[in-house]
Design a protein. Structure first.
Length: 268
């Protein structure tokens, strides 16, 4: 069975070591307003626990969650009891999802509140990584709000180990990396405009996580295996530490792991 245990890598120059594939958990907590090509049913606790156990057995140690992912954090807390040392947990601040709609708050007060709430929900005394969930106005968020300064303070206090930015623009990604540890960037077969952010990260020892690696399930490339082609593109770039994929299907998870293992092994 292919696994990722021997393929973990550093997240930039942080002290975090992550698997090249991370498990996104939006589908554990939210089925409204998500951009997937087909509907899905949120798995029950038994299925969610089995998925997490499968991910861990396949060598995945990175979990991506957020307050905006419905009840994802609340569910992960009990599901991960006794396993905290086995996981690198990434959550976010800035976006709230309520009554079917998103709202954003990047104030210092809300940023601290959000992190402390995530700690309670996830039943842990620290978060490995916290990213700003940008509303798309990346530079305004970074330059006109207190969110980054607050995360830096929370890092000094030991509540988070690293922080960064999940944005939508090159300018935002570059500025976020100047001051932070990591950027989460869209990069896939259909969308590569943020590549300059990856290039900057590679040159400056910053961490990169890839979102929408498979174009939110829309990956399509005529005549080729779109999943393999996607991962070949992503892991050809030296800045990439991990790609976040939000599957809740055990067969898809196993296939993604096997494909990543083959791609990275082939590069070696």
């Amino acid at each position: 069975m292919s696994s990722l245990h021997d393929l973990w890598r550093p997240l930039g120059t942080t002290d975090l070591i992550v698997s090249p594939l991370g498990l996104g958990t939006v589908k554990l907590g939210r089925d409204q307003g998500v951009k997937y090509p087909s509907g899905f049913r949120i798995p029950d606790d038994h299925a969610a626990a089995a998925l997490l156990a499968q991910a861990r057995a396949l060598g995945i140690n990175l979990l991506d969650t957020a307050p905006a992912y419905g009840v994802s954090e609340q569910r992960l807390g009990p599901l991960l009891r006794g396993q905290r040392q086995d996981w690198v947990i990434c959550s976010k601040v800035g976006e709230e999802f309520e009554d079917g709609a998103s709202r954003f708050d990047f104030s210092a007060t809300h940023t601290r509140f959000s992190v402390e709430r995530s700690l309670r929900r996830l039943e842990t005394d620290y978060l490995d990584l916290v990213l700003v969930h940008s509303d798309g106005n990346d530079l305004a968020v970074l330059e006109q709000t207190e969110v980054y300064a607050t995360l830096a303070q929370l890092k000094r206090e030991g509540l988070i180990r690293a922080f960064g930015f999940s944005g939508k623009t090159v300018a935002g990604g570059l500025q976020a990396l100047e001051q932070g540890d990591c950027a989460m960037v869209t990069y896939n077969l259909a969308e590569q405009s943020e590549k300059p952010v990856l290039d900057y990260a590679a040159a400056h020892g910053k961490g990169i996580l890839i979102k929408k690696a498979l174009a939110s399930g829309h990956a399509c490339l005529a005549g080729e295996d779109p999943v393999r082609a996607s991962f070949e593109l992503i892991f050809a770039h030296p800045a990439v530490s991990s790609a976040i994929v939000g599957t809740i299907t055990p067969a898809h998870l196993a296939h993604n792991v096997a494909t990543v293992a083959a791609v990275i092994g082939g590069q070696g």
